[in-house]
Design a protein around this ligand. Structure first.
Ligand code: GLV
Length: 335
């Protein structure tokens, strides 16, 4: 034992970034991706001062019950529905996430999905690779234009705004719905108008979901919401599995009640609803919207900064930059 607090990183990240922890901590990092069962996770967390974890690790009261020295769980994600923040706060354990640093990459990928779905990229590529291309039919693969169409955004946080800002280049009108209306300066910066959810569903030609998953918005897009959308519309989910009722979505796509969908996230991922897998008018990606070199490095750096700062080290000493429950700082001062 060196006497240094222990940090565990639940997934492979970037050793040159994690090395910043080494002067202050005993660092252990998993060399492979794994999802730990609750008991295994609890025993990993038990001896730690800090944990840097991926969103595939679910951490609540049971997982931290025997971790008396654990002071921070740093999530390598902006979404934190895998963490029970109330349970962590109750034990004086800080939680952090990685906002801002991923917004632009996620917005880029959202547009890749949106355009891919609008222009049949997935199905056309599968068809070509299968050797079906003999001649070009003038009316083959007709897709949807974006120019002059309405982009709807449900969830106008940092990512929703980054998606909206790109819409000007595609000549689109932008409407949004959010729990609370954004200030006029943000609306002007995004050239976006606030509408109620029902109007958003009815008017969107392309509907992007960019809201966090919470207890209250599971199946925010279910059968009833899908029924309000235009049959020519495209749904893009880069938010979280569980926000969309995937079975209801697959039924709407199969029955022509929705033109197409593009999905980076799924209920119960990494499993994907089999009915979605069988459809050609949906583009699927394995939860990779933030996966660029720059962004995944920046997410790692931010998680490391939060851990260092909580223990009084680094440029943010004492003030972790992206805490989810800053109230724990008052109740449990740094050593
Ligand atoms: C990814 O889904 C994230 O929340 O960062």
């Amino acid at each position: 034992m060196t006497g240094k607090p222990r940090v565990w990183i639940s997934r492979p990240t970037f050793p040159d970034i994690v090395a910043r922890l080494e002067p202050h901590f005993e660092v252990t990092a998993e060399a492979e991706e794994s999802v730990f069962a609750p008991a295994e996770l609890a025993s990993r967390l038990a001896p730690l001062g800090a944990a840097i974890v991926g969103l595939n690790q679910r951490i609540g009261a049971a997982e931290v019950a025997n971790a008396p020295c654990l002071r921070i769980v740093a999530n390598l994600a902006v979404g934190y529905d895998n963490l029970d923040i109330a349970a962590l706060t109750a034990r004086g354990i800080a939680a952090s996430h990685t906002p801002d640093v991923l917004s632009e990459s996620v917005a880029d990928f959202t547009w890749a999905l949106l355009l891919g779905a609008a222009r049949h990229m997935g199905a056309a590529e599968r068809w070509l690779r299968a050797g079906h291309w003999r001649a070009n039919g003038f009316k083959d693969w007709l897709g949807l234009d974006t120019r002059g169409r309405t982009l709807g955004i449900l969830g106008m946080g940092r990512i929703g705004q980054a998606v909206a800002r790109r819409a000007a280049g595609f000549g689109m009108r932008v409407v949004y719905h959010n729990r609370s209306r954004q200030p006029a300066s943000i609306e002007a910066g995004c050239a976006a108008s606030y509408v109620d959810k029902s109007t958003l569903l009815a008017e969107s030609d392309f509907l992007v979901l960019a809201l966090p998953l919470s207890a209250g918005n599971r199946h925010a897009i279910g059968a009833a919401e899908l029924a309000r959308m235009k049959p020519t519309a495209v749904l893009v989910n880069i938010a979280r599995g569980g926000i969309v009722d995937d079975a209801a979505l697959a039924a709407a796509l199969a029955q022509g009640r929705l033109a197409a969908a593009a999905l980076d996230v799924f209920e119960g991922e990494p499993d994907v609803h089999p009915a979605l897998l069988a459809l050609d008018n949906v583009i699927l990606s394995p939860h990779i919207a933030s996966a660029t070199w720059d962004t995944r490095r920046a997410m790692t750096a931010l998680a490391v900064d939060n851990v260092l700062a909580l223990f009084g080290h680094g440029q943010h000493a004492g003030q972790p930059p992206s805490l989810l429950n800053p109230e724990v700082l008052a109740s449990r001062p740094a050593p």
